[in-house]
Write a protein that binds this ligand. Structure first.
Ligand SMILES: [Fe+2]
Length: 312
């Protein structure tokens, strides 16, 4: 194990209730396994308390109450552990799942809510009008962005580019997957990108680009964003090719070349995420996207997403 890998293994641990390991696909990520008994006990408490997805949607404090039910099972330190991993520049991400204890998608939403409220506070998702969104990718699609277009690569980007609020982290959970080949989440840690320095040191890296959302996002706002900015003395990134509006050919070429450079980087990870598992990444120094699916008329995949901030 070299020094970089040792640094990345610093959150590895095993308790009676859970185990934290370096992710089998990437030494940048951790994989956390909560014991089946703890998950079952958590779901039982939730159900005894008559908590439902609708109740969580309507009553914000209930989301923190169910987060406390998870802590009751796995220990008070668990929330701090998750936050420390997502803050940690060497890593910044983890995967975690329900270990097959349930296949009920309402329970998936409840579990994902407990995790997101241990991380901080999810932002309002304008697309769904809730604190989370579920969206499916199928054979046909009539939307106005690449989010639901199955057979195209969804290029690497960060979330929250066109909203005026911090988006510190992103959670994606696999809810349903049928007849899906391909479509993996693609992830790139900013510090693994070979040409990072070249784009950070380019004069246009400190240009404020205008971002506008397409209609389906229900965000009627324009916002100016730096592509690279200082984040704890290291670069942070804000970029999505679909919603940025350059004003010159030179700017357009900078954005195109940046996107191409990200896409072709050898460190891009194609994450295998089973149904019932979720991935959380720091949205300041991880980029995410999606591989194309193979054509299938019965393709059906649904993800849940939450984006949010750390509490101060
Ligand atoms: Fe995204």
């Amino acid at each position: 194990m070299n020094i970089a890998e040792k640094k990345r293994a610093k959150f590895e641990r095993k308790t009676e209730k859970y185990e934290v390991k370096v992710h089998p696909q990437s030494s940048r990520l951790y994989h956390i396994e909560i014991s089946k008994e703890a998950i079952a006990a958590f779901l039982e408490t939730v159900s005894k308390d008559n908590q439902s997805v609708q109740h969580l949607e309507y009553t914000p404090y209930a989301r923190l109450i169910i987060a406390s039910y998870l802590l009751d099972q796995v220990g008070e330190d668990f929330g701090e552990l998750l936050r420390n991993i997502v803050h940690d520049r060497e890593s910044g991400g983890f995967t975690l799942g329900l270990e097959g204890v349930t296949e009920n998608t309402d329970e998936y939403v409840i579990f994902a809510t407990a995790i997101s409220y241990l991380l901080g506070t999810p932002n309002h998702d304008s697309m769904s009008g809730k604190y989370y969104a579920r969206f499916s990718v199928q054979d046909t699609d009539s939307s106005d962005s690449y989010l639901r277009q199955a057979y195209r690569l969804f290029t690497l980007h960060t979330d929250g580019t066109f909203v005026d609020e911090p988006t510190d982290w992103l959670l994606m959970m696999k809810m349903i997957e049928q007849n899906a080949r391909g479509g993996e989440s693609r992830l790139l840690h900013l510090d693994d990108w070979k040409e990072l320095d070249m784009y950070v040191n380019h004069p246009l890296s400190s240009h404020k680009f205008t971002y506008k959302a397409p209609k389906s996002k229900n965000v009627d706002q324009e916002i100016e964003r730096l592509t690279f900015f200082n984040h704890n003395n290291k670069p942070g990134v804000c970029f999505i090719d679909q919603f940025v509006y350059p004003e010159s050919i030179e700017q357009a070429k900078y954005l195109r070349d940046l996107s191409n450079s990200l896409e072709s980087d050898e460190s891009v990870l194609e994450l295998e995420l089973p149904v019932g598992d979720l991935v959380v990444v720091n949205n300041i120094f991880w980029l995410h996207g999606r591989a194309a699916f193979e054509k299938d008329p019965n393709l059906n995949r649904e993800l849940l997403r939450q984006r949010g901030r750390f509490n101060q």
